[in-house]
Design a binder for this molecule. Structure first.
Ligand code: 15L
Length: 271
């Protein structure tokens, strides 16, 4: 893999990943709508608005693989999600096809399936159950990836990222935490593994309380190094500071489920 494009390079995950990816892919092109504040002289940055296909074609031109983190990274009003995550994601896959890019790693999210209750253990073969407009945009991106893989031969890996960071932030995150170095491992499978055509993996470390069956990632050689239980005390202490959230605490997606919730709790409890 010679030249790699990282979209969303100025965002939370992108800022951290840039530093971990540069030694692996020295010819790394960074993009975002605004320049990262901490851009170093040895980094290459090209600004682009994902909602404009002409700009997306420019950043995609000449790259072998794309790590697509770009877009809005949480729940937001529809217009923003539509422009950045729906139109932006379409533009990314379509520009990749037009420019002959070989591989795309798409940053999906656990929020594509956030309305599964926590007592359900799910794989990647379940029906999507988004918990937000943001989650719907991630399910859309996975569907686009599948289409471009089947119809145009693009190799695509969708990563349903849990919670990225140095340690699990609370009880929920003990089940979904992903250590930055483990996310890099997963991305490298997407960009380099010879057998990969289209897959969805969970972007999670070795979490004993996981709600997800991530065996497909392990089949491709994934060996996470982060262990959530090592941070149990910290996570439970942080949890104790939070107010109870009957809807959010029941479902995998947490506050993304309880936000704007005016559904039928009696019915959802039975799911
Ligand atoms: C996500 O998809 C978000 O991008 C991130 O900000 C967190 O909210 C994370 O999920 C999570 O579920 O903790």
């Amino acid at each position: 893999m010679a030249r790699i494009l990282l979209t969303g390079a100025a965002g939370g995950i992108g800022t951290r990943l840039r530093k971990l990816l540069k030694p692996v892919y020295p010819d790394l092109r960074l993009s975002d709508i605004t320049k990262p504040a901490d851009l170093r002289p040895d980094e290459t940055f090209v600004a682009a608005d994902l909602a404009r296909i002409d700009e997306v074609e420019k950043i995609v031109d000449g790259v072998d693989g794309i790590i697509h983190l770009g877009g809005i990274s949480g729940e937001a009003p529809w217009e923003g999600i539509l422009q950045s995550n729906i139109i932006g994601c379409y533009n990314l896959f379509e520009a990749a096809r037009r420019k002959g890019v070989k591989r795309v790693v798409f940053a999906s999210s656990n929020h594509a399936v956030g309305f599964y209750p926590r007592h359900h253990h799910i794989g990647v073969d379940v029906t999507v159950r988004p918990d937000s407009r943001y989650g719907v945009s991630k399910a859309f991106g996975e569907a686009l990836g599948s289409l471009y893989a089947d119809k145009h031969g693009l190799r695509v890996l969708c990563l349903r990222i849990g919670n990225f960071g140095d340690k699990p932030l609370d009880k929920r995150r003990l089940s979904i935490w992903v250590k930055p170095e483990d996310l890099v491992q997963l991305i490298r499978i997407g960009l380099e593994h010879a057998d990969l055509r289209f897959e969805i993996f969970y972007g999670a470390s070795w979490n004993e309380r996981a709600w997800w069956d991530n065996h497909r990632a392990y089949d491709y050689g994934y060996r996470p190094t982060g262990r959530a239980e090592d941070y149990l005390e910290h996570a439970l202490a942080e949890q104790a500071k939070l107010k109870p959230d009957p809807v959010g605490d029941f479902f995998q997606g947490g506050t993304f489920c309880s936000q704007e919730f005016d559904g039928d709790t009696g019915r959802v409890w039975k799911t």
